[in-house]
Design a protein around this ligand. Structure first.
Ligand code: NAD
Length: 267
């Protein structure tokens, strides 16, 4: 890849517009595809705003911003990308949608076009079975926000060729990204680490909340048991008189939860 090739991005949402942004900024000619023009207009306005932020920060020049914007063509007709050298699919994370797109791309694109998916979790090998070019199917998992995050996971399907992988690594490097190669396992690398961490955080918060609940329960028990015992001893009926009211306020606060208990004085 030498920066003159054509990159097509299918899906212009959060990830797609970021991928189109960096592809255009890296000198590639870009096609951005979506299912309607409203989504494409929105994507172009986000790309334009994000490029302007880079100009304001002195990261790129005004002329680089303008040439990047000029090099992005939008279309709702996927057959317009038949001349692309690389297609990066960034449609919703849905197996049926991606299967359909890959099978369509296979019939539209040149035989040597590489078809990459930005999927976070769908099997690259499974997607490759929807095409007649399994050696040219690969995962390119960009991180959000794409213009800022450096890491790109490069996922080899069972039949991805070495040549395809090397071209994709060059492409990622040209975009200023850091490619990390991995095989087609559930969650690849980043999500395989991230998901257990999220589950651990959930159980830690649950444990802290339970601990607070138990300690508050014990506090109330310490307060009310002697009160009820003394009532029984004096054979008085339980009625709460007018405001002698608030005996105490117990506030338990920690970083995740807070609770407030107000209890009443014995008559
Ligand atoms: N959002 C993230 O943080 C993130 C990070 C890494 C990877 N991903 C992956 O990137 C992919 C896209 O995620 P996203 O957050 O950008 O989704 P999104 O919902 O923001 O965008 C998806 C876009 O694809 C379009 N689309 C739907 N069907 C289409 C079709 N047949 N042809 C062309 N366009 C179509 C939708 O109209 C929409 O604009 C998913 O596979 C997701 O798992 C997302």
């Amino acid at each position: 890849m030498n920066g003159k090739e054509i990159i097509a991005v299918v899906g212009s949402g959060t990830m797609g517009n970021g991928i189109a942004h960096i592809s255009a900024l890296s000198g590639y000619s870009v096609y951005l595809v979506d299912i309607n023009n409203e989504f494409l207009d929105k994507a172009m306005s986000i790309i334009s705003k994000n490029l302007q932020k880079q100009v304001d920060k002195g990261v790129i020049s005004e002329s680089k911003k303008n040439s990047a914007l000029d090099s992005i063509n939008t279309t709702i007709d996927i057959s317009n990308i038949k001349g692309a050298d690389l297609v990066i699919e960034a449609a919703p994370e849905n197996q049926d949608i991606k299967n359909k797109i890959f099978s369509e791309l296979d019939s539209i694109c040149k035989p040597d076009t590489i078809l990459a998916s930005n999927t976070s979790s769908i099997s690259i090998t499974e997607l490759s079975t929807k095409t007649n070019r399994p050696d040219k199917i690969i995962g390119m998992h960009f991180m959000n926000p794409v213009p800022i995050m450096k890491l790109v996971e490069i996922i080899n399907g069972d039949k991805t060729s070495k040549e395809t992988k090397n071209k994709i690594i060059t492409f990622a490097n040209n975009m200023g990204k850091i490619p990390v190669e991995c095989n087609d396992y559930p969650g690849f690398v980043s999500n395989r680490i991230l998901m257990p961490m999220i589950i651990m955080i959930f159980f830690t918060i649950l444990a802290i909340t339970l601990e607070i609940f138990v300690s508050e329960f014990l506090f109330l028990r310490r307060l009310f048991v002697p009160y009820c015992t003394s009532l029984l001893k004096t054979q008085k009926s339980i009625k709460i008189q007018t405001p002698k009211i608030i005996l105490g306020i117990y506030i338990s606060v920690n970083s995740n939860s807070s609770s407030l208990f107000i209890y009443f004085t014995p008559p």
